[in-house]
Design a binder for this molecule. Structure first.
Ligand SMILES: [Ca+2]
Ligand SMILES: [Ca+2]
Ligand SMILES: [Ca+2]
Length: 258
């Protein structure tokens, strides 16, 4: 906003927000630092402020020293001078929301991951409508599922397929997979994000390619590794997306195949 003092050479002008609560005293926070307005030129008061849903009262302030436990019921913005005698005028007062965060979309072909020499995952090319004309399938030579144990890193050569990718924008992402699981004995696998826990993914049963999603993972900007790990044999996996919206069809071109 633009400010100008009236009938006084200079007047410090600042902006303050007041949070009102249902069950506790109001809390005041300074939004914009004071600038010296003068009576000859317009001066701009500008800055950024993130609204805090649980603003703590300041020590020794005029407001309560209790910390609210509920979000505010109302918020008021005050433009004020620290000089009680000052008069001032305001022009072009504007509050703009922050730019929305646009998360990345990282497309990964399942068949282009890193797998060990003795992997139980095999690359297949027998399906129509698979992206990149290939997918991976879990073939256990013993014909058994592996659904009663938690994977361990010493199984990585046989049970793991690894995907390494970069994220530019930090945020909350999901892992989406395009799968075929003919029945309930084929419809799950584990993922491990950045050496974290082994999280079971249930794909749902489908005899045609269908997308499924996981819970949310908070990813920082930079490089990440996701391991896809054997749980039920017979599962077919075509493609993955790291993103925030479930895809349809084959999705976009993946960047992980040479
Ligand atoms: Ca199952
Ligand atoms: Ca099975
Ligand atoms: Ca594929």
């Amino acid at each position: 906003m633009w400010v100008k003092s009236v009938d006084i050479a200079t007047a410090p002008i600042k902006a303050t927000i007041r949070y009102d609560f249902e069950g506790s005293d109001s809390v005041y926070k300074q939004v914009l630092a004071a600038v010296d307005a003068n009576d000859t030129d317009w001066v701009q008061l500008v800055g950024e402020y993130a609204v805090d849903p649980y603003p703590a009262a300041e020590e020794g302030g005029e407001d309560s020293d209790s910390t609210p436990t509920e979000p505010p019921t109302a918020m008021y913005l005050f433009v004020e001078s620290t000089d009680e005698t000052a008069s001032y005028i305001i022009d072009e007062f504007e509050i703009l929301p922050p730019d929305p965060v646009v998360l990345n979309k990282v497309w990964l072909e399942a068949e282009c991951g890193e797998m060990g020499a003795d992997s139980l995952w095999s690359i297949e090319q027998t399906s129509t409508d698979s992206s990149n004309d290939a997918y991976i399938e879990l073939t256990d030579p013993n014909g058994a599922n592996n659904n009663d144990t938690t994977p361990s890193s010493d199984e990585s050569a046989t049970h793991f397929v690894s995907y390494v990718f970069d994220i530019d924008t930090a945020g909350d992402y999901k892992w989406y997979g395009r799968s075929i699981a003919a029945n309930g004995d084929n419809d799950s696998y584990y993922i491990q994000v950045n050496d974290g826990t082994f999280d079971q993914v249930t794909t749902g049963e489908s005899t045609e390619w269908a997308w499924h999603e996981t819970s949310t993972y908070s990813l920082a900007a930079g490089q990440h590794t996701v391991n896809v790990i054997f749980r039920e044999d017979g599962l077919q996996l075509d493609k993955f997306l790291v993103g925030d919206e479930e895809p349809t069809g084959q999705g976009s071109t993946a960047g992980n195949c040479n």
